[in-house]
Design a protein around this ligand. Structure first.
Ligand SMILES: NC(=O)c1ccc[n+]([C@@H]2O[C@H](COP(=O)([O-])OP(=O)(O)OC[C@H]3O[C@@H](n4cnc5c(N)ncnc54)[C@H](OP(=O)(O)O)[C@@H]3O)[C@@H](O)[C@H]2O)c1
Length: 248
């Protein structure tokens, strides 16, 4: 991996240098996506068809640096999400940074209709958090009682909705302020529209996908295009690992 920007003294990046570059500050909501050069966010409905060299390394590192992994229910269902993978070495590095050994997954579902038999609940070392609408919280608690998941209402004025500011606040209430959001596009759109995104990590896969695959943001158009500040560029083989600040 080679650091391209900011101007490196020595462009080669080992794991420690990469962790330093991607340091995750308290209170920072970071969003991570992979997209093809023509903007596709999935191939046949799955992000796994996008091959961005270096993305797997950064994906694991970002989880290692985060307090919590935030994800929308659409992505959990499409990708068969499970708990964060860990290893003794990874846990030791997290402990050395003062983090819990394994970051929990926090899934946002407005309807609160999640399958208790899904890998998210059955294949994990820490119980997930389920963030849902006030109207749905009782049903979700009943349905997920046996899973050990904590189910939290994150509605603001409308009890049938989930509110981005309340989502981030509920995580902060639990000491989870370094938030890594892994999408998907609908949740990213909602967080962005509410001004709750601080950083975007974007792995650019050197591929063209065509067709009608979605983009990294969906939902209502923003009031105006949002300008991003370039924080870093890492090149690895033909892939680019970009990091932007939003100014939120
Ligand atoms: N390339 C990548 O890096 C990447 C990353 C993530 C996902 N993806 C792809 O994206 C696709 C899934 O996209 P998606 O947009 O459906 O996923 P999503 O954003 O993960 O999920 C949308 C769901 O999130 C819940 N939600 C809760 N609060 C919301 C809010 N305020 N606004 C919007 N949604 C809210 C709703 O769940 P309920 O319906 O349960 O109420 C909604 O249906 C899949 O094909 C996946 O592979 C790609």
């Amino acid at each position: 991996m080679r650091l391209v920007w900011p101007e490196p003294a020595d462009g080669d990046l080992d794991r420690d240098a990469l962790a330093h570059l991607y340091a995750h500050d308290e209170g920072c909501v970071r969003v991570n996506f992979v997209a093809s050069a023509d903007g596709a966010v999935a191939v046949e409905g799955l992000s796994g068809g996008l091959e961005a060299p270096g993305d797997e390394v950064v994906f694991g590192l970002l989880r290692e640096l985060a307090d919590v992994v935030l994800v929308g229910a659409g992505t959990v269902r499409a990708e068969g999400y499970r708990g964060a993978r860990t290893s003794p070495a990874r846990e030791a590095r997290r402990r050395a940074r003062g983090r819990a050994p394994v970051p929990p997954i926090a899934v946002v579902s407005t309807r609160g209709e999640l399958d208790p038999g899904a890998a998210l609940f059955t294949d994990t070392t820490v119980a997930p958090l389920v963030l849902t609408a006030a109207d749905a919280v009782d049903g979700a608690r009943r349905a997920l009682a046996a899973t050990g998941a904590e189910v939290v209402a994150v509605s603001a004025a409308d009890p049938a909705s989930t509110d981005p500011a309340t989502i981030v606040g509920a995580l902060a209430d639990r000491g989870l302020t370094r938030v890594l959001c892994e999408g998907g596009p609908a949740l990213f759109g909602a967080l962005l529209a509410a001004g709750r995104v601080d950083e975007l990590c974007l792995s650019l896969a050197p591929q063209l996908v065509g067709g009608d695959a979605g983009r990294i943001v969906t939902g209502a158009a923003l009031d105006a295009p949002r300008r991003l500040g370039l924080a870093s560029v890492v090149a690895h083989d033909d892939g680019l690992l970009l990091r932007y600040r939003t100014g939120d």
